[in-house]
Design a protein around this ligand. Structure first.
Ligand SMILES: [Cu+2]
Length: 345
């Protein structure tokens, strides 16, 4: 760990001196401040739940860095419970104390306290971060998860072709405990609401593409299984848990277990308006009623929306799948669409 700290310190000093280590090939120091907030969060019209939210949002903010970067995240706990951040997928080589597991690698961050995580982004790909305190509640019921994308130093031939990038984080929720924090309990959860990037259909968004796009879907299953199906296309599975596959393979349904990530690359060569959904049938319901949950639509530009189309006049948010944030310079990117409600106003 000492050598990493020395490298961070040297980089910080260099930046402070204005030496401008901006060469794309150089590792950079990426410093972020984050808070954890005790917020309410609306998943669907029938479900507003209490969350502990990184930067007040679900999913948490996008962390986007480059392989080899030094990452420094200072997190301030503004809630009434203890938390940590585990950067899921990073090797934490020489920095095991930064692994975010309470009573194993650190003391949990008490209410009102802060903690600084320092590590090297030593594993590229679609990573994520989550709390590691009482995960049955903090991950499963309180929205304590967010994406961390680490761009590889050597992208694969396939990923170099990508023209559009989207992050989809699927999650289930238990409305019976929505209003009551568990206080270190392990709720016997029964998931009855389901979301993509925190919202149930139809409160989520379409993905808009144009013919000829090469779409990369970064799929995450933070807390429950998913069987993802995009109509009208085969998708090439190119990465598993951030790592490129030696032999990418085509699927039309992709099964994921909790914690898994898969990257799919899809050639958008079939203009239309296409459903994409979780094929675990109860995951496309809200409180047992059909028509909610983990569904979205992929809309091709130039295809007319019929009068009866369910999202005919849907207000479009181009960053709902973080496609716009992923084009921004490296950094931490908050997203107003994911922000919860401060119960104290
Ligand atoms: Cu927590």
């Amino acid at each position: 760990m000492a050598s990493n700290f020395r490298r961070s310190a040297a980089l910080a000093a260099a930046v402070a001196l204005g030496l401008g280590l901006s060469c794309g090939a150089q590792a950079e120091l990426r410093k972020f401040d984050m808070t954890i907030e005790e917020f309410d969060f609306e998943v669907a019209p029938g479900l507003t739940t209490k969350v502990w939210a990184y930067d007040g949002q679900v999913p948490g903010p996008l962390i986007h860095v480059r392989e080899g970067d030094d990452v420094e995240v200072t997190v301030q706990n503004n809630t009434t419970m203890s938390h940590t951040i585990h950067f899921h997928g990073t090797y934490q080589t020489g920095t095991w104390q930064m692994d975010g597991v309470p009573d194993v690698s650190q003391r949990a961050i008490e209410p009102g306290d802060s903690f600084t995580y320092r590590f090297v982004a030593d594993k590229p790909g679609s990573l994520w971060y989550h709390c590691h305190v009482n995960t049955a509640e903090h991950i499963d019921l309180r929205g304590m998860w967010g994406p961390m994308i680490v761009d590889p130093k050597k992208p694969t031939r396939l990923e170099k072709q990508v023209t559009r990038d989207a992050i989809l984080m699927f999650a289930g929720w238990d409305s019976s405990v929505a209003q009551d924090y568990g206080k270190n309990g392990v709720p016997n959860r029964v998931l009855d609401y389901f979301s993509i990037n925190g919202k149930s259909h139809p409160g989520n968004q379409p993905i808009r593409v144009k013919e000829g796009d090469v779409l990369r879907l970064r799929l995450y299953a933070p807390n429950s299984p998913v069987a993802f199906h995009l109509h009208g296309h085969d998708a090439l599975v190119t990465h598993k848990d951030g790592l490129p596959l030696a032999n990418p393979y085509p699927v039309d349904v992709l099964a994921m277990q909790s914690g898994e990530r898969y990257d799919l690359i899809v050639h958008m060569n079939n203009p239309g308006i296409w459903m994409a959904h979780d094929h675990i049938e109860e995951h496309t319901t809200s409180a047992g009623k059909e028509g909610g949950g983990q569904m979205l639509v992929v809309e091709y530009e130039g295809v007319e929306h019929p009068e009866w189309y369910m999202w005919k006049d849907h207000e479009y948010d181009p960053d709902f799948y973080m496609s716009e944030s992923l084009k921004k310079p490296y950094g931490k990117h908050d997203n107003p669409s994911f922000r919860g409600i401060d119960p104290e106003g």
